[in-house]
Write a protein that binds this ligand. Structure first.
Ligand code: MN
Length: 517
């Protein structure tokens, strides 16, 4: 993920020639100070690059074209320091193909009541200048984020930072390659979907391979390498007695390490940053990859079980978005419920594959039977997750469009130990409560597979949804079922209309071809 940190955001300051050289010089200095201030914020994970202030249509068009073609520019922040007549921005904005954030700030914080004069006014006009840009951006139907407030304020910087994280995720999506090992778990609906449409909408590509490709890769792996990885396991985790040297299931640890090395090689050679597998298509693999998948996720690879390529891609994207943050992000599943007297909770887990970035302490490395799939017992890491705010995010294909569904949750420490449950897990309290959250989730068609993150917040996901132009349904403390249903009904009409319009336009094209032909 190191190369992602080198990506940049460009800062474009709008003005015009009207104010004279002296004022323009000051505008340039002020804008540079704003950028310097933002770059000092711990909330913004990438460097913001100050670009020369923009005074004409030609300069605006040129910088927007450059931003869209520069390999390292993944987003643009605009700020109208003064009035920048926005017909000058139309051609440039039409050429802009990276996410846009409109920062509605002002260089000066407060009105200097006793000394304010026309010189001050020449330097602090964003109150009307930014509205002019907003008008044109709205008229051009450009999805963008608007952040309002003084640039030194922490909330403003935090909001900018969330958008920068979304821009990183959006950038990652464009070229992400997802490897599927085997197809879907048979008869499962929600993990299916239109991969061609996904590539058109998001950019990521999904292609299939199978377990034999991983088995083939094992021929290039030496005993020495496997033993070295087993030593890594022994130093990083509390390895169970039966997996230690001389233990009855030592061979299982060897096989697990060999699978990890082969899988990692295969993914890296193919440039895959996300993958799926399924216990029904394991071929000659001795175990379902458990510790291998967990450790790959911890290193930033996306994963979805049972062929779930949408969740695999999304796990990778959210991991990229959370770069530099301490909290974890993992593939997740709503595992089982606790209908308590006072409160209903969810225990989240999967049969093996929970990312150890979520672990509250050193995970234990264990081997247990899986009971399904008919393979040998898989090695896995077992741990609990720290308490704290988090969210679950699902991406589904509705046939005519994709939809994100998000539920804000509060992770809790385990009420009681779970000595006989040999999987990593999280216990969470859904917002507003499990009854409403699960009802809304099920009405929305959300998957049982999600990405769970304690690193990112809802605002990051809202920004990502805007960038990808995908519907997002949010279930949070304010969710109430009647309103939620009304929102879904409204969205349905909106997307149906969009779909109809495209269909009608296509028909019209056919008609025109017929008439001119
Ligand atoms: Mn599953």
């Amino acid at each position: 993920m190191k190369d992602l940190i080198n990506k940049k955001i460009w800062f474009l300051t709008g003005t015009q020639y009207l104010y004279g050289e002296k004022a323009l010089e000051q505008i340039s200095k002020n804008a540079a100070l704003v950028v310097k201030g933002l770059n000092e914020s711990k909330h913004i994970p990438l460097q913001i690059i100050f670009k020369p202030i923009l005074k004409s249509q030609e300069q605006i068009t040129q910088v927007c074209t450059e931003a869209s073609s520069d390999a390292n520019c993944i987003g643009v922040i605009t700020w109208m320091h003064t009035f920048s007549p926005s017909k000058m921005w139309i051609n440039g904005l039409k050429k802009l193909h990276v996410p846009l954030l409109h920062l509605h700030t002002q260089f000066n914080k407060e009105i200097p009541w006793s000394i304010i004069d026309m010189d001050f006014m020449n330097l602090n006009q964003s109150a009307h200048g930014d509205r002019e840009l907003g008008h044109v951006a709205t008229r051009l139907k450009i999805k963008r984020k608007v952040v309002v407030g003084h640039w030194e304020k922490e909330e403003v910087q935090r909001s900018l930072g969330n958008w920068v994280r979304a821009a990183l995720g959006f950038y990652e999506m464009q070229d992400l390659k997802v490897c599927r090992l085997g197809d879907n778990m048979r008869e499962v609906a929600v993990t299916e979907g239109d991969k061609v449409e996904a590539q058109i909408q998001f950019g990521f590509s999904v292609n299939s391979f199978d377990a034999s490709d991983i088995v083939k890769e094992m021929q290039n792996i030496s005993v020495k390498e496997v033993e070295a990885l087993m030593r890594v396991y022994e130093s990083e985790y509390d390895v169970a007695e039966n997996l230690k040297e001389g233990g009855a299931q030592r061979q299982s640890l060897y096989d697990a390490a060999e699978i990890e090395l082969a899988l990692r090689c295969f993914l890296d050679n193919g440039g895959f940053k996300a993958f799926t597998d399924t216990f029904e298509n394991l071929g000659d693999l001795k175990q379902l990859p458990g510790i291998a998948t967990q450790r790959l996720m911890a290193d930033g690879y996306g994963f979805g079980a049972e062929g779930d390529w949408k969740t695999a891609a999304l796990t990778r994207v959210l991991k990229v978005m959370s770069v530099g943050l301490e909290q974890g992000t993992s593939f997740m599943e709503d595992y089982t419920y606790h209908f308590g007297e006072k409160k209903s909770l969810v225990l989240g887990s999967h049969m093996l594959e929970i990312c150890p970035t979520m672990a509250d302490k050193k995970p234990s490395c264990e081997v247990h039977p899986l009971d399904i799939g008919g393979k040998e017992d898989p090695v896995r890491l077992v741990f609990d997750t720290p308490a704290g705010a988090g969210l679950n995010l699902s991406l589904i294909d509705l046939g005519n469009r994709f939809r994100f569904i998000l539920n804000e949750v509060e992770a809790l420490t385990a009420i009681k130990p779970l000595p006989n449950l040999p999987v990593a897990r999280v216990l969470w309290d859904c917002k507003p409560n499990l009854e409403t959250a699960a009802k809304a989730w099920i009405l929305a068609g959300g998957s049982h597979h999600t990405v769970f993150t304690q690193a990112l917040n809802t605002e990051c996901i809202e920004d990502l949804a805007d960038m990808t132009k995908v519907e997002l349904l949010i279930i949070d403390k304010q969710t109430e079922i009647r309103n939620f249903k009304a929102t879904m009904a409204g969205n349905e009409r909106h997307f149906e209309n969009t779909y109809l319009t495209i269909f009608q336009m296509k028909k019209l094209n056919v008609l025109l071809i017929f008439m001119t032909g």
